[in-house]
Ligand binder design. Structure first.
Ligand code: SF4
Length: 375
């Protein structure tokens, strides 16, 4: 078994890069489209760029349908990309099945949201883990080595003693235990990057923190690069080093988690934080006006809004917002904190004659509490 604690690679080493990643899904043609030769597409992900580094957790936050899970599937090469690049250790990768796909996924593993659906109910924990170890060449050369590797995986995810769990079927385990088995299976590949797609959203609130603590422990012990996909921005502050916010297929804000969650810059991030459940802030939310919190529903991704995709809902939209796509702009706080919003472009603000992002008329939501503080 090659699963090793704190491999020699330095913390912060770049493992995986998304560069201008774009995915458009074709929509089934209607009869009327056949004559117009139009082919509609869903703009699921547009121009998404970020870097995953060893020993660091990057959170990708957004509401349902924002494109977060599509990004994870693109990174694991389950979907072919429409354009853009995925680089593993600086090398462009595009794999479609076969040996090269297996080699790639042994380094980049995906954990699914649903621990009930991701394990085959007719097979035991032993079967699932043995299969992962064998596929990725980590099962050793004899039965004794395989048993040691299986026990090591279960111990790593705190399912101890291993003999209590190894021959159980998925239905004999709790939701949290199943998710730990799913994580152990991913570790069977001895990956460098772990992509966790809403790993706690289907679990009871009482066991979510345990799974997040396990992932944090793995990040530190195994020096993994982790992408944590979630709609819960409060857990991103607690768990992630860096937080990126997606809206309608585009990234709209990014920076270190403390800055993004405590000093959100983009109006959409402020809306997300305002909507986050936090008993200490209920009074504050009730007092916030609808205008300040933004209105409406996420847009259609078949015909996304022009310019800034948030402009139909944004309480601070200016004429330019519906025309020009805002680039990433420095928000002027912590280094590396950016927002794709014209409020951070001094020339636009002066020309449109509106208050800058620092204007007190643009409210900053009250401080966000980490999950354990909120309970
Ligand atoms: Fe609102 Fe304009 Fe900023 Fe978009 S660019 S978030 S519409 S102010």
């Amino acid at each position: 078994m090659t699963l090793s604690e704190s491999p020699a690679a330095p913390v912060g080493e770049v493992v995986l890069e998304a560069d201008g990643l774009t995915k458009h899904f074709p929509v089934r043609r209607k009869l009327s489209d056949i004559f117009t030769r139009k082919r509609a597409v869903v703009h699921a992900v547009d121009d998404v760029s970020f870097t995953l580094r060893r020993g660091r957790v990057t959170a990708l936050v957004g509401e349902s349908g924002s494109g977060k899970s599509t990004v994870a599937r693109l990174l694991t090469q389950l979907y072919p990309r429409t354009s853009g690049d995925i680089r593993l250790h600086g090398e462009t990768t595009r794999v479609r099945g076969g040996r090269r796909f297996r080699e790639y996924v042994s380094r980049v593993q995906l954990i699914f949201q649903d621990p009930f659906g991701s394990l085959n109910p007719v097979h035991t924990v032993r079967y699932h883990l043995t299969r992962a170890l064998k596929i990725h060449g980590n099962a050793g050369t004899n039965d004794e080595e395989l048993e040691v590797a299986l026990a090591g995986l279960l111990t790593r995810v705190a399912l101890t003693p291993p003999e209590r769990y190894i021959d159980k079927f998925p239905h004999e385990l709790s939701g949290g235990q199943r998710q730990r088995v799913a994580i152990a299976r991913a570790l069977g590949a001895d990956p460098e990057a772990l992509l966790a797609d809403e790993p706690v959203s289907m679990l009871d609130v009482s066991i979510r923190l345990g799974i997040l603590n396990l992932l944090r422990d793995l990040k530190e012990r195994l020096n993994l690069a982790i992408l944590y996909i979630t709609h819960d921005i409060a857990s991103a502050r607690y768990f992630a080093d860096e937080t990126l916010v997606m809206y309608a297929g585009r990234m709209v804000e990014g920076g270190d988690s403390e800055s993004v969650t405590q000093n959100p810059a983009h109006p959409y991030t402020r809306l997300l934080i305002d909507s986050a459940p936090d008993p200490d802030r209920i009074a504050g939310i009730a007092e916030a006006s609808t205008k300040d919190r933004g209105n409406g529903e996420p847009p259609s991704l078949i015909r996304p809004p022009s310019g800034c995709r948030f402009h139909p809902r944004c309480p601070h939209a200016m004429p330019r917002c519906s025309v020009d796509l805002p680039p990433r702009l420095d928000v002027g706080g912590e280094p590396g904190h950016w927002a794709a919003c014209w409020l951070y472009d001094a020339q636009t603000v002066a020309k449109e004659g509106v208050g800058s992002a620092a204007d007190p008329s643009i409210p900053t939501p009250p401080a966000l509490h980490a999950p354990e503080e909120a309970r």
